[in-house]
Write a protein that binds this ligand. Structure first.
Ligand SMILES: *Cc1c(COP(=O)(O)O)cnc(C)c1O
Length: 370
């Protein structure tokens, strides 16, 4: 028997969440963002659920090839563009659209030999200061691109730093939106601005030809804990579940796990779960964090180790015992959901990081479309 841990990929939920992105931005086309191996879900695993998207957005050329290998003929966008000059050959061959965020990428294009001109997304740094042309350099970059025979359509793109919250106590997107509108005012071309947070929170204010839906597609909530998944009607894309493989009875004063970081103050019954940080469950989850046993909420006990962690069974029925199902995050028995964001928060991180960190050793089961 293999270890009882597994990750379930809820393909119908992915389709539902993608439809939510569409409903939020009914006038826009939707990129399903599948970078980082579809946020840890596996590109091949999510494809069926997301093929209703208008395009796939990602970073790695290898991932673009995998999407083409699945039979996708529609748009694919490289969100960071090319990393070296020969990447352009693959863009030509696979018909990839690509971001252009710096002068070097324009230099490479100018030297590129291609029969068919490329569609590019010129990226404005509107204030995040990660990638993109500064406002004062943007129009010159557009003019330079527009003069190249290697370039076909030029679309315009920027990325928000604070679409999920306020910025210095004020609206999180307005300052960047103003800069984008001002710099791009009379430039032709399609616009893509919104990530999940902007799509959910600000759609009415952001005119966008394409939205870029990442985390929401996987059921992660970009503005947790201000909102939970039920507020946005998002369903979990992934469940991580395992089983109890041992039970211990503690007396007051007994400790649990490495470092004896937890001491029982009363008699307790605890279960040992076949899941640890080598499976992608964060070691930083402190004692007392939420977890489901047989679909009932309880808490973790002591430190997470490489292959195991402990849960408190004291207040649960005696049936919660050896072989009981444990939901680390996602959908448990009895339709109970433990949002990945809730576990992430306990670990001092965000749902994005947990889903992306699902370990290779965890077997994946796909819940297919009905
Ligand atoms: C990852 C990414 C997105 C998607 O962001 P989410 O918060 O996951 O929706 C959108 N645009 C760019 C440029 C990205 O890198």
């Amino acid at each position: 028997m293999p270890r009882p841990i597994e990750a379930l990929i809820h393909v119908p939920n992915l389709a539902h969440n993608l439809a939510r992105a569409r409903a939020c931005a009914p006038d826009a086309q939707v990129w399903a963002v599948v970078k980082a191996n579809a946020y840890g879900h596996g590109i091949e695993n999510v494809y069926e659920g997301l093929r209703a998207a208008d395009g796939f957005a990602l970073l790695d050329l290898d991932e673009a090839q995998r999407i083409r290998a699945l039979g996708w003929r529609g748009p694919i966008l490289l969100l960071e563009g090319c990393f070296e000059t020969r990447d352009l050959e693959l863009c030509s061959r696979l018909k990839l659209w690509h971001a252009v965020h710096c002068e070097q990428q324009i230099d490479w294009l100018a030297m590129h030999k291609t029969h068919e001109p490329h569609r590019v997304f010129l990226k404005l740094n509107s204030g995040m200061n990660r990638l993109g042309f500064a406002p004062q350099a943007f129009r010159a970059a557009w003019t330079r691109l527009n003069a190249l025979p290697q370039v076909d359509e030029i679309s315009l793109m920027t990325h928000f730093s604070d679409a999920d919250a306020l910025r210095f106590g004020k609206d999180g997107i307005q300052h960047q939106l103003d800069i984008f509108k001002q710099v791009c005012a009379d430039l032709p071309g399609e616009r893509t601005v919104s990530n999940s947070a902007a799509t959910l929170r600000h759609t009415a204010r952001v005119a966008s030809d394409w939205v870029r839906a990442g985390i929401m597609t996987y059921g992660g909530v970009p503005d947790y804990p201000e909102h939970g998944p039920e507020h946005w009607d998002l369903r979990p894309g992934m469940t991580l579940r395992s089983k109890i493989i041992g039970v211990q009875h503690l007396q007051p004063g007994d400790t649990v796990g490495y470092g004896s970081s937890f001491t029982a103050s009363q008699a307790m019954r605890i279960g040992i779960v076949a899941c640890g940080y080598a499976d992608g469950y964060p070691r930083h989850v402190p004692s007392g964090s939420p977890i489901l046993v047989d679909g009932q909420r309880t808490t973790t006990v002591g430190r997470v180790s490489m292959d195991m962690l402990a849960v408190d069974l004291t207040a649960l029925p005696a049936s919660a015992s050896f072989d009981s199902e444990v939901t680390l995050w996602g959908r448990g028995p009895k339709a109970q959901v433990l949002p990945i964001d809730e576990v992430a928060k306990a670990a001092g991180t965000i749902g994005y990081e947990l889903m992306c960190a699902l370990a290779k050793r965890v077997p994946v089961t796909i819940e297919p479309m009905v």
